[in-house]
Design a protein around this ligand. Structure first.
Ligand code: PHE
Ligand code: ZN
Length: 880
């Protein structure tokens, strides 16, 4: 925890490391109260650097001894400045021996070496390795590691690190050891160790080249009944990467380890992925369909990092999206391929679009807006963002849209051919794509350098006599912090034309046959494309499959949208048309609510929803997406001044109207989509449950005895967590008297399952019935624990980020609660605190009376004497 002014670090200041490291030998004597780390590394001067000192970083560790080529260094032989240790006058080649001490059990930051339930874990990305030993802790320093672990055998029977196990055995005093070697060069952020009492599910798996690999999933003893899905997901991921990208597992052993104390989702340490239990543990009793999906995606994501991130890594942390955007794209494609059907793919694409709108667009429009490749940061941990991850994935997806799947694969092949075992930049990736595809991607670079969500607009003109249809595309991009003006982006805009009957028309542009979906490349601020041979006035379907991460404004009439909602062959745009129909009405209703006007909803809209609900030619999963309204956050993003209560009332009004008007059909769909027989998390079954549970929640948006009885019955009868949690949540939101007792029964039954207790807190935290008094009462519950990130998020973050009505209570009580807990958490775990701090990002957009309270709360946090760089950066930028 520092009290001085935090430093801003600039991308343009990058200089190569002064020394390179060839080998690292680490020795650990593990003890929760006093761990001794011996680090012996061989270095040599980097010919690409003009600097002559050895530079090492260390944080929160005690230096015991430092030896250079066997000579013990005295205080004057080196300089320590903050976390930087500099040794001047060093020879061309050097062997350093560094002995340090740390106290894992007191490490509440969960960065570096820490204990969780008495077991040892490490987390080194981004800059946690320096909390273990002094080291040139930067990703462009890649070395091979040998690791010796020593610990008490009874308490820590399992000793794991990266790579392959060389030997293990017993020592005196009840201790034992294990020696590991990672044959591949890696940056320090990929180092990991685990010393623990754990058990594993394991399997040997035949790789494409005929080698057998040992796969393991390590968990606490009571959780061995929840590892099947993670193991299965791992095998699917390995197969998929072989088949789609020709990339094989390069180790003989691949381990996944679960811990309940983890700041993020999971970590791709070489050969030893460490996971938040949330993304490993699942069985039907405790995990929902969404949890199963999350596990499959995160297991895949971490596995795919083995190539995109580990074999080819980042030169510096500004290039984070090089690995994250690309790896998210890969896990998205994997998820899509695992479902396989065309509509299933569309449903996964729709999920991605929702995430962008729900989280990334607001970030891009707020005080923390930054390019996919940031130009500066104060604390790198604040830049593991939806922009770097999800917008970064969209940027990678655009290469594939522009080059085609095969072209993209050629680009990937070239990228690995050029850069295997190197630390490189986003530009290197872009050049590989350009060179492999024979394309000029110079302008495309702006997707990496310019922040903000581009806005796209279109105008059309049909000339019946000439049989031409012109579409003019306009782009602009709003100012963001530090970037007042923007240059045009290179935007692939996928367009189809529907005839009066709703069929796709064949497309010709510039005499070229473009099939039924043309990818137009918008390069200028304004550009006109002419379709020829257009025999009747069409309806344009613009930005099919969400071909670029932009905001498409206007351009459609209600009649166009209905036509698209009924017929578009592109399921994503079909869904999109429904969202637009709903959004137009939601915005109108929100305005009317604010002035207490009488609300109403037109039959046209209800009828469109009815047709969609009962269209048996469409998968339940797709219908569920099409009936789900834009969230309150998405509605708020469309308003220049937000009154969260009006937004909530408007959306609830629409839900209640749909629930009442479609009661018969919703009841019928509820029955039709029951999934009798044993639970299976497959996409088709999950889709049925999703539609059924959406029907249940619509019915209970206008609740009566019958609808409540239905939900209560489901609570009791459910044989899986998906149905149980959905029914309970519906009861809570319907303010049903049964909710209280069901919540109690739920806790009773699942109090031994930490991840389910998280759900129990989360459900209550995000219910509009949970006010400040109730949330404070929940904080005093014996199961609540602010030190555990999952638990803190389940209650505190959910209240502040997922319960708009209560959080924005007019008296400012939610904001004070926020300030209090950001401050408390900051003393324990700055990364978790900084994520919570971002609940205030959009404070300037709320009604002035709320803004006053929000500003006070922000100033209260900013005025704290002791504040981490993490939180300071967030609140300072919010107030700027
Ligand atoms: N690199 C991890 C991932 O994307 C995320 C992570 C970052 C985990 C920092 C821990 C710390 O898979
Ligand atoms: Zn990642």
């Amino acid at each position: 925890m520092r009290t001085d002014t935090p430093q801003t670090i600039y991308r343009s200041d990058y200089t190569p490391p002064s020394y390179l490291v060839d080998t690292v030998e680490l020795g650990f004597d593990l003890d929760p109260t006093r761990t001794v780390v011996a680090n012996r590394l061989t270095l040599r001067r980097n010919p690409d650097s003009a600097q002559r000192e050895i530079e090492l970083y260390g944080e929160d560790i005690e230096l015991v001894a430092l030896r250079l080529n066997g000579r013990l260094l005295q205080e004057g032989d080196y300089a320590v400045n903050g976390s930087l240790l500099t040794i001047p006058n060093t020879p061309e080649e050097a062997t350093l021996e560094i002995e340090t001490l740390c106290v894992p059990e007191q490490n509440t930051t969960l960065s570096g070496l820490y204990t969780s339930n008495g077991n040892f874990f490490t987390q080194c990305e981004a800059e946690g390795f320096r909390r273990i030993t002094y080291f040139p802790d930067r990703p462009d320093v890649m070395a091979t590691y040998t690791v010796m672990l020593r610990a008490n055998k009874e308490r820590y029977p399992v000793l794991l690190s990266n790579g392959n196990l060389l030997e293990e055995g017993d020592l005196a005093d009840g201790r034992h050891y294990a020696k590991w070697e990672d044959p591949f060069k890696k940056p320090s952020y990929l180092f990991a160790l685990v010393a623990a009492q754990l058990v594993c599910q394991e399997e040997t798996f035949r790789l494409a080249d005929g080698r057998d690999a040992l796969l393991q999933v390590w968990v606490e003893e009571g959780n061995l009944d929840k590892t099947d899905y993670a193991m299965q997901s791992l095998k699917h991921s390995i197969r998929w990467d072989e088949e789609r990208y020709g990339l094989e597992l390069d180790l003989d052993r691949f381990m996944i380890v679960a811990t309940s104390d983890f700041n993020m989702g999971a970590m791709e340490n070489k050969g030893l992925n460490i996971f938040n239990t949330k993304f490993v543990l699942a069985n039907p009793r405790v995990a929902t369909d969404i949890d199963f999906q999350g596990i499959e995606a995160v297991v895949a994501h971490e596995y795919f990092h083995n190539w995109t991130g580990n074999r080819v890594t980042c030169r510096d942390w500004f290039q984070l999206s090089l690995k994250e955007g690309l790896t998210v794209f890969r896990d998205q494609e994997f998820t899509s391929d695992m479902i396989g059907t065309e509509l299933g793919r569309a449903v996964t694409r729709i999920d991605q679009v929702r995430t962008l709108r729900q989280a990334q667009f607001p970030e891009d429009a707020g005080p923390m807006a930054h390019p996919v490749r940031p130009d500066s940061f104060v604390e790198i941990n604040n830049f593991y963002t939806v922009t770097v991850y999800e917008k970064g994935a969209e940027v990678v997806r655009m290469y594939q849209t522009l080059l085609g799947r095969e072209g993209f694969r050629k680009g990937m092949d070239l990228y690995f051919e050029r850069h295997d075992e190197q630390a490189v930049t986003c530009d290197d990736f872009r050049l590989a794509m350009a060179d492999a595809g024979g394309r000029d991607f110079t302008q495309f670079e702006r997707w990496y350098s310019q922040a903000g969500t581009p806005q796209l607009r279109f105008e059309t003109r049909y000339d019946e006599a000439a049989q031409t249809y012109d579409i003019t595309l306009f782009q602009s991009c709003p100012a963001t912090p530090g970037q007042p003006t923007k240059l045009p982006f290179h935007i692939p805009v996928a367009v189809g034309l529907l005839d009066r009957a709703g069929r796709d028309m064949p497309l010709t542009v510039d005499g070229k046959d473009m099939g039924t979906t043309a990818v137009l490349e918008l390069l200028e601020e304004r550009q006109t494309f002419v379709f020829t041979g257009v025999t009747e006035q069409p309806v344009a379907s613009v930005l099919r499959d969400f071909s670029a991460p932009v905001i498409l404004q206007g351009g459609y009439t209600d009649a166009d949208l209905l036509h698209l909602f009924n017929h578009d062959s592109d399921p994503v745009n079909r869904w999109e048309a429904g969202q637009r129909l709903a959004m137009g009405r939601l915005l109108k209703l929100t305005g009317e609510t604010a002035v207490d006007a009488k609300l109403s909803l037109d039959d046209t809209f209800i009828e469109a929803m009815r047709r969609m609900l009962v269209d048996e030619s469409l998968d339940p999963a797709f219908r569920e997406q099409a009936l789900l309204l834009p969230s309150e956050t998405m509605i708020a993003e469309q308003l220049s001044e937000v009154d969260p209560l009006s937004v909530h009332v408007a959306r609830q009004f629409m839900r209640a109207n749909i629930g009442a008007a479609l009661r018969t059909e919703l009841m019928a769909q509820y029955q039709a989509n029951l999934t009798p027989g044993p639970y299976s998390p497959d996409a088709a079954s999950a889709g049925k449950r999703a539609l059924k549970n959406l029907a249940l929640s619509y019915l209970n948006a206008a609740p009566d005895e019958e609808t409540i009885a239905l939900a209560a019955r489901q609570c009791v009868d459910a044989d899986n967590m998906t149905d149980r949690a959905a029914a309970l949540s519906t009861l809570i939101h319907a303010r049903a008297p049964e909710a209280e007792a069901e919540l109690a029964r739920f806790y009773d039954e699942f109090q031994g399952e930490a991840l389910v207790v998280d759900k129990w807190f989360a459900m209550q935290a995000s219910a509009p019935t949970t006010d400040i008094a109730k949330v404070r009462e929940l904080m005093r519950h014996p199961a609540f624990n602010l030190r555990n990130p999952n638990r803190a998020r389940s209650l505190v973050a959910n209240y502040c980020m997922n319960n708009a009505v209560q959080f924005h209570a007019p008296n400012g009580s939610g904001y004070l609660f926020w300030a209090e807990h950001v401050t408390l958490l900051d003393g324990l775990n700055p990364q978790v605190a900084a994520r919570l701090a971002r609940a205030m990002d959009r404070w300037r957009r709320f009604t002035p009376s709320l803004q006053v309270h929000m500003k006070t709360a922000l100033q209260q946090v900013a005025g704290q004497q002791r504040l981490s760089n993490d939180v300071r950066e967030v609140v300072t930028k919010a107030l700027a």
